[in-house]
Write a protein that binds this ligand. Structure first.
Ligand code: ACO
Length: 424
């Protein structure tokens, strides 16, 4: 077996792509098809693809993409979005993941990206590298018969329009952009993303059949202010309709649009269960049903993980719940976020500069990252041991400053057939 130290971690070339794609597919249990490489190539133009190579054999994959993240208050920061992380079964637990993360985080820091984000497939993996769980997600299963929405009477779906993929693609990106401008935790969706999400990308189309689409039109402006994309499978049992419907994407910029689109999904005929994935746990969606308990939480979990790389830039970009000041002693084994920082912030903006003053809180970068979008509280993190109050009252002040009225949400759409198999 090759010594791990001689395994090369390096950028991937065009010639490496087939082997890199196959290694990634093995790690993610995605069978290799004739379209696999084209699919990676189509979305990877600006990306950093890293591979681990044992002689000329690809044994590890890692990708990071230049992304944009909306932070509390509406500012948008450039971030490095990490994905496609895998190490071959033959080479696991020899430090290859750690080496790829270190290489990529150094690159992100040098490029001036103040944050990195990723969707962690497994909870225990990324805390050691300074990532913290920054958003959570709830997955609901709605029992249509208990939702008390009689399609003939109470279900107000006015403003909802059934559309085809072409009409949807014309209107939906603008709806999402309006949401992204105000939704902390949201990431950019580019053109490739929309083609993928709507089953319109030629490569891999066979694996991703076209879903159904609807828009909500604002009666005052005539503009779309909500989008819905779903798939469903006709299913019968004993002459009764039992079809499941899987919402792939539901985004709205008004409560009216959100309520109407959910009601539309829940009143599609022949449907017994509606699956509603990837919502913030404080979503209002169940409350648009006649009986909110008809929406049972089938999964509740951490979702997007975040890593602060540039503390002053990250902390001064967001706004804070109340006016206040804190001196933070940030520890970071990799060094990027470490230092003693004076944060002065409030609802209108913030500044964060290096200081020599005595600290109020000692906080590890993993906790700072979990706190950053407002999903966690300093008090909770202190109870878990990664944050220490050095001046009485500092935890309460941090809670009041960092928490946000609504929890962050990183809207995701479900792509492909895996969802229909019942994930997560
Ligand atoms: C953002 C994303 O893409 S998430 C997707 C992550 N990828 C997957 O889950 C695909 C399947 N799994 C894999 O490919 C590999 O097992 C990986 C990538 C998770 C781990 O790769 P490895 O090279 O084995 O990790 P590496 O040897 O660098 O381990 C680093 C540390 O994490 C620990 N670790 C690695 N995998 C796991 C795990 N599944 N559970 C708990 N701890 C783990 C190791 O023990 C090690 O700890 P240490 O630093 O205290 O010694």
């Amino acid at each position: 077996m090759t010594d791990s130290a001689v395994i090369d971690i390096r950028a991937v070339t065009e010639d490496d792509l087939p082997a890199w794609t196959r290694t990634w597919g093995n790690g993610y249990l995605r069978p290799y098809t004739e379209h696999s490489v084209d699919a990676i190539r189509a979305t990877a133009r600006q990306d950093r693809l890293i591979g681990a190579f044992d002689m000329d054999r690809c044994v590890g994959t890692y990708r990071s993409t230049p992304q944009e993240l909306t932070v509390p208050g509406g500012a948008v920061l450039p971030v490095s979005a990490v994905s496609k992380v895998s190490v071959a079964g033959t080479h696991r637990r020899r430090g290859l993941l750690s080496r790829m993360v270190a290489t990529d985080l150094r690159g992100a820091f040098e490029r001036g990206e103040p944050l990195a984000v990723l969707d962690a497939a497994q909870y225990p993996l990324y805390g050691r590298y300074g990532f913290g769980p920054a958003t959570a997600m709830a997955w609901f299963e709605i029992d249509v018969h208990r939702a008390r929405l009689d399609p003939g009477r109470t279900a107000d779906v006015s403003g909802v329009l059934q559309v085809d993929a072409r009409e949807y693609l014309k209107a939906a990106p603008a709806v999402y952009e309006r949401l992204r401008a105000v939704q902390h935790g949201a990431l950019r969706r580019d053109e490739q993303w929309w083609l993928d999400a709507t089953g319109q990308r030629p490569e891999g189309a066979a694996e991703r059949p076209e879903p159904f689409f609807a828009l909500h039109i604002d009666p005052d402006t005539g503009e779309a202010d909500g989008l819905l994309c779903f798939s469903a499978e006709e299913t019968w049992g004993s002459m009764l309709p039992r079809s499941p419907l899987w919402i792939r994407d539901l985004v709205a910029v008004s409560s009216r649009a959100e309520a109407a689109l959910l009601r539309y999904a829940v009143t599609v005929d022949w449907v017994a269960t509606v699956h509603l994935p990837y919502r913030a746990p404080d979503t209002l969606l169940p409350l648009w049903l006649g009986d909110p308990r008809a929406a049972r939480v089938s999964a509740l979990s951490d979702y997007m993980w975040l890593r602060v790389l540039d503390t002053p830039r990250a902390l001064s970009a967001r706004t804070y719940g109340v006016e206040g000041g804190l001196v933070l002693e940030v520890t970071d084994a990799a060094g990027y976020a470490a230092g003693r920082w004076s944060l002065q912030g409030g609802p209108d903006g913030a500044s964060c500069v290096r200081t020599g003053r005595a600290p109020d809180l000692r906080i590890d970068v993993r906790d700072l990252s979990a706190l950053y979008l407002g999903d966690d509280s300093a008090t909770r993190l202190a109870a878990l041991g990664g944050t220490e109050e050095l001046r009485p009252g500092a935890l309460a002040r941090a809670d009041a400053m960092f928490r946000t009225g609504r929890r962050p949400w990183s809207p995701r759409a479900v792509l492909g057939r895996r969802y229909q198999a019942g994930a997560p």
